[in-house]
Design a protein around this ligand. Structure first.
Ligand code: G1P
Length: 289
């Protein structure tokens, strides 16, 4: 398999769970402390060797392309004033990294968003990164971990973790053939099943390495009851061949920032890791409860 160098960031969703904050900005621009979720995700991708970032955007929201713009006027001002710490904060993407923005047109679901990247991805394995899954890695970052598995197995792979029963219906759920180690062959995958119908409690996290074959399945995937084309439904197509699709247990802590609870937990966790404010936050929490 060729090196994996392209990552798709679907950022055109409506962010309904975070209204009114997401009326004019994408949910991926919500910050954890002082950095937007999308920047954490982009940094993870670049660290994993990705050199082309493909953002699938909503036409009315320009905040993400603005965020990654070089900002030459501000740069010059901080340079003249000798404010290196502010210059460092402006630096969001190294120059050699390519950014591509593709309008999604209509918000017709995650599968529809990924399909918009077809021409740019071409005939290569690629990453899909959902920035609202904020991940604190233990060692190797989540995308790098998946790339290593994909290269070793020459196959598609998704990141998974065990989720509590009450959250099973919020995620794609996989059933694995047999458990050995962190990486296992997928037997079935289903989008947001009821607890009764769920084949397991292994929930899909927003990190995928996918074969370009998935575009063919996406083109054939019908909309669900809510009018959305689900990525998970197309992924089920990859199970047509044995040893084609693996689940890899995440080595790290995932916070689902698509929901209020996960977002606040991520913020508290990050603030407790932040040397500048950690002690004060701990005191604040002690006093508050
Ligand atoms: C999407 C996917 C789901 C996956 C989840 C990970 O759901 O459809 O399969 O488990 O991301 O965060 P969404 O968060 O868009 O509802």
């Amino acid at each position: 398999m060729k090196k994996i160098t392209k990552a798709v960031f679907p950022v055109g969703g409506m962010g309904t769970r975070f209204l009114p904050a997401t009326k004019s900005i994408p949910k991926e621009m919500l910050p954890i402390i002082d950095k937007p979720l999308i920047q954490y995700a982009v940094e993870e991708a670049i660290e994993a060797g990705i050199t082309t970032l493909i953002f699938i955007t909503s036409a009315s929201k320009h905040a993400i392309s603005d965020h990654f713009d070089p900002k030459p006027l501000l740069r010059e001002k901080f340079f003249k004033e000798g404010k290196q710490h502010l210059l460092d904060k402006l630096h969001t993407i190294p120059n050699e990294i390519t950014r591509v923005f593709v309008p999604q047109g209509e918000p017709l679901g995650l599968g529809h968003a990924v399909l918009q990247a077809k021409e740019i991805v071409g005939d290569e394995y690629f990453a899909v990164i959902l920035a609202d899954d904020f991940i604190k890695p233990k060692g190797t970052n989540a995308t790098k971990q998946l790339i290593e598995v994909a290269l070793e197995k020459s196959a598609s792979v998704v990141s998974v973790e065990q989720v509590d029963e009450e959250r099973v219906s919020q995620y794609g759920i996989v059933d694995i053939a047999k458990i050995h180690g962190l990486t296992n062959e997928i037997k079935s995958i289903v989008e947001k099943p009821s607890l009764a119908d769920a084949p397991s409690n292994l929930g899909v996290i927003g990190r995928y390495i996918l074969s370009p074959e998935v575009f063919d399945f996406l083109e054939q995937t019908k909309s669900d009851k809510g009018g959305e084309i689900q990525l998970t439904d197309a992924l089920a197509g990859l199970l047509n061949k044995p040893e084609n699709f693996y689940a890899s247990k995440l080595n790290g802590k995932r916070f689902d920032c698509g929901h209020k609870l996960g977002y606040i937990q991520a913020t508290i966790d990050a603030s407790l890791d932040d040397e500048e404010i950690s002690a004060k936050i701990q005191n604040f929490i002690k006093d508050r409860i």
